[in-house]
Design a protein around this ligand. Structure first.
Ligand code: HEC
Length: 480
């Protein structure tokens, strides 16, 4: 005991550890910084979970093509604690994104980004985007259809940007298509580049928190005046401040432990996300879907006219990042109380409503092909003409209905075809099916002339305005 004490004492004396750390822990903070203030430290705690579980996973994960999927199967099904670790890493990521956003919302509502904490806010915004980058790159490491699909979509869209597009797409994919080199690249970004940025960012962020002190709860009678703020803050701290450790920190501790409990609980209870099917492009039963916090983004993209898609997929993150970063530049003084900042409150309410609505819309993902469609029942086909009946079978067999809805059956990637017979003539239908269109593949090579004729015969009946066939053409329907 004595020996340990003297070794520790020696280490402390020579390194100066407590001289540096104790004042940090004991520094005085406002005493009204209550439960509102626990989200930042909890985000940090979730990050710690990510680092630990991530390193553990990296000891077994193989970042290369086919082997990646195999190694994940091994981690999930055989490695000791593997399933738990994957679950913790997944729910930890969710927790980190959610907590960071709550933390940011709280800071915004209380205008804690105003003088002198502008840089705290800016570094925090950058951190949030790096964290989202971690989620995005992490998804691909799962190397199942979901992850591969998300990245393919992103790269394809980036590739459409003028001039720089192809270079960006090439840089994302590490080649022309998603493949082993994409995985290697994403792995390096996910475990070296972005975590490095996060460590540096958190270092800066925490240093700034110490430098400027934790903000007080907003007070209607005390708007921020840069000329006097620091003096007033110091004076109030002298009067009412409490040491961070141990007086103020217990709430952070309790909340962080609760968050960790929740992460481990979810990991044990729900387990990690099931590994999707391996990314086999010929597997049409894949039902690809990015992780839920990106659904809103894909929902926005799906609603845009195609010409705008490219600008938005590249532009929205940049606009979002810059828009958030400049917030303190527009207002770094004056009122902090939410009751005096109706626009700020309105922005938050609007933002979250939009997020929820878009997420729900994104969950239903009407833009993505629906591979689970059922064949059309006879009541919908509503014809005894063999050509029409055969055509109806074909629109199902050939996958038209993955993307097109007919009387409530089928996906929504393309326009509905319930009344297409009224909108397009037979020659127009033939051209469309042979040539495809924007986001519709060409079918010229996969249909023979008879199949095409039957399909057009069927589509032509949609919409009620059926052009009654004359005797000669219904003869052709008799062929088998
Ligand atoms: C991968 C999804 C997808 C598949 C599969 C698909 N389509 Fe399409 N289809 C679309 C999209 C998207 C459009 C809109 C294209 C555009 O506006 O350029 C479209 C447009 C059409 C149109 C024109 C609709 C209109 O209102 O003008 C017809 C007709 C059509 N498709 C028929 C078919 C048939 C028949 C098949 C099967 C042989 C098929 N499609 C397979 C996505 C698909």
């Amino acid at each position: 005991m004595k020996l340990i004490k003297s070794i520790l004492g020696w280490l402390d004396d020579r390194s100066g550890f407590s001289d540096v750390v104790m004042p940090m822990l004991r520094h005085v903070v406002p005493d009204n910084a209550r439960w509102w203030y626990v989200f930042g430290s909890a985000t940090l705690c979730a990050f710690a979970v990510q680092v630990i579980s991530g390193i553990a996973l990296a000891t077994t994960y193989v970042p290369g093509g086919e082997a990646a999927y195999e190694s994940l199967l091994y981690i999930t099904n055989e490695a000791p604690l593997g399933n738990l670790l994957r679950g913790m890493h997944y729910y930890g990521a969710t927790a980190m994104v959610v907590l960071a956003i709550i933390h940011m919302t709280q800071v915004f509502l209380h205008a804690a980004y105003k003088y002198p904490r502008e840089l705290n806010w800016m570094s925090g915004v950058v951190l949030l985007f790096v964290v989202l980058g971690m989620s995005f790159t992490g998804q691909l490491l799962r190397w199942d259809a979901n992850g591969v699909w998300s990245v393919t979509v992103a790269a394809e869209m980036a590739g459409r940007a003028p001039v720089v597009g192809p270079a960006i797409a090439h840089a994302i994919l590490g080649g022309e298509t998603v493949g082993g080199s994409t995985l290697t690249r994403f792995f390096a970004i996910h475990v070296f580049v972005l975590p490095g940025l996060i460590f540096a960012g958190i270092g800066l962020h925490l240093w700034l928190v110490l430098r400027h002190g934790i903000s007080e709860m907003p007070n209607v009678d005390e708007p921020v005046d840069p000329a006097t703020y620091k003096e007033d803050y110091e004076a109030r701290l002298q009067k009412t401040g409490v040491p961070f450790w141990p007086i103020a920190a217990w709430r952070d501790t309790v909340f962080s432990i609760a968050v960790m409990g929740l992460i481990v609980g979810c990991a044990l209870f729900f387990g990690p996300p099931a590994l999707g099917t391996s990314p086999d492009p010929s597997d049409i039963n894949a039902n690809p879907m990015p992780d839920w916090y990106f659904w809103w983004y894909f929902a926005i993209l799906s609603m845009l006219p195609p010409q705008l898609e490219t600008f938005v997929i590249l532009g929205l993150p940049v606009v979002g990042l810059l828009g958030l970063i400049v917030v303190p530049m527009f207002s770094n003084k004056g009122d902090r109380a939410p009751s005096r900042r109706p626009w700020a409150v309105g922005t938050v309410v609007f933002g979250f409503t939009a997020l929820v609505v878009l997420t729900i819309y994104g969950y239903r993902k009407p833009w993505s092909p629906d591979f689970g469609v059922k064949p059309l029942p006879a009541s919908v086909v509503d014809s005894s003409d063999p050509a029409v009946v055969h055509g109806a079978e074909l629109v199902h067999q050939k996958g038209c209905m993955y993307c097109h809805e007919i009387d409530g059956y089928g996906g929504h990637r393309g326009p509905g075809l319930s009344d297409i017979g009224k909108r397009l003539t037979q020659p127009e239908l033939i051209i469309r099916i042979n040539n495809g269109g924007y986001n519709m593949p060409s079918f010229a090579a996969s249909l023979n002339a008879d199949e095409l004729a039957d399909m057009v015969a069927f589509l032509n009946t949609r919409g009620g305005a059926v052009l009654k066939k004359d005797a000669s053409s219904s003869d052709s329907g008799v062929r088998k």
